[in-house]
Write a protein that binds this ligand. Structure first.
Ligand code: KG4
Ligand code: ZN
Length: 336
């Protein structure tokens, strides 16, 4: 079974061919980061226009790299939610036209389910059920993966995502967009004990996150220091930010696993590339005797391999769409 996956939810236009759910035949990613860098973040209209210009070339390349033609493909899978609506619409419309004209089934894929699926590609033996922490630029979720296609959200962020917190703090520190990786690099030679940062307290669901208070307190600290002419040690601040975010994510995930009786934990999303988060969750799992899975670094950020992989499982479960498929900027995983 060969599935063509298409991803265009944010600033990466990507296409991939995956065989029998877990074998990567090709992966093409056209990133727009350099262009959005000038503005300090993704400009939605520019993102949509670049997807529009690049998508055909990216899909052609993915088919060529896999040494297949559209005829060999069993279904076309596409990210239809959540994300920037104009960006998603480009991918959805393209996939729809391609599938309908070639007489192939169209398979809708939720972007977060795609991130979770990166673990199947890295760990051939991993099977549901397990608990997954998904942390990206737009999402921070603790999710019960009940089966390949059924999910229950146990906790979510009430405000900013972990990646947003990394990126906005990085911007205040003078790093270019997207700043998460720069904080990661600076933290390597920093001491996390110099700055004591607040851990948010969230009322209600104990597995929900909140990162906006932490983000604001860090940005205020940086601006106050600037006004007083005090130079903060960037490496130490980066190490403190990274260890605080890692502790918050790890602590809630471990507590959720204990409360729900999961012994298998996975990590996914763009922030899963962060060395502090990877180490903290991996150590905590070892301490508690849990199995731990994380994607290889090249699959952490947005790509289409994850959409083709999850699309394969959706297709096997009979999840397909007709020509009325629409895109959604927000859509809970429980509604899919
Ligand atoms: O999953 P993703 O590529 O896009 C969304 O679905 O949002 O995640 C992008 C996020 C950005 O916030 C980026 O700064 C963050 O992942 N990120 C990192 C690292 N690499 C990517 N954050 C911290 N440390 C990293 N090494
Ligand atoms: Zn993503």
């Amino acid at each position: 079974m060969l599935i063509l996956g298409i991803e265009s939810s944010c600033d990466e236009t990507a296409a991939s061919v995956v065989k029998d759910c877990r074998t990567i035949c090709s992966s093409v990613i056209s990133t727009q980061i350099e262009e959005h860098k000038k503005y300090g973040g993704v400009v939605p209209e520019i993102a949509s226009r670049r997807h529009c210009e690049n998508i055909l070339g990216v899909v052609r390349q993915a088919l060529a790299d896999a040494d297949v033609t559209l005829n060999d493909i069993d279904a076309v899978a596409v990210t239809y939610a959540p994300g920037l609506i104009g960006a998603l619409l480009v991918g959805v419309n393209f996939a729809k036209a391609l599938a309908m004209s070639a007489g192939k089934p169209l398979v809708p894929v939720h972007h977060i389910a795609g991130h979770i699926a990166t673990n199947y590609l890295t760990h051939p033996k991993l099977e549901p059920p397990y608990l997954c922490l998904v942390a990206s630029g737009g999402h921070s979720h603790i999710i019960e993966v009940l089966s390949y296609t059924q999910f229950r959200v146990v906790g979510r962020t009430r405000d900013d995502a972990a990646g947003e917190c990394f990126d906005k703090c990085a911007r205040a520190m003078g790093f270019p967009y997207p700043g998460g990786v720069h904080i990661d690099n600076a933290a390597q030679s920093g001491d996390s004990s110099e700055f004591r940062l607040p851990h948010p307290v969230v009322a209600g669901n104990e597995f929900d996150f909140s990162f906006s208070g932490l983000k604001t307190s860090i940005i205020n600290m940086i601006h106050n220091a600037e006004q007083k002419g005090i130079e903060l040690n960037k490496n130490n601040l980066a190490a403190s930010i990274q260890s605080t975010i890692s502790e918050i994510l790890t602590d809630k995930t471990i507590r959720a696993a204990e409360a729900l009786g999961y012994k298998k934990i996975a990590l996914a999303g763009g922030v899963s590339a962060n060395s502090g988060v990877r180490a903290a969750l991996s150590e905590a799992c070892e301490k508690h005797g849990f199995e731990f899975y994380m994607p290889e670094k090249k699959l952490c950020g947005d790509n289409a391999v994850m959409i083709a992989c999850q699309g394969s499982y959706n297709f096997l479960a009979g999840i397909t769409a007709d020509e009325s498929l629409n895109a959604f900027a927000t859509l809970s995983m429980e509604e899919i």
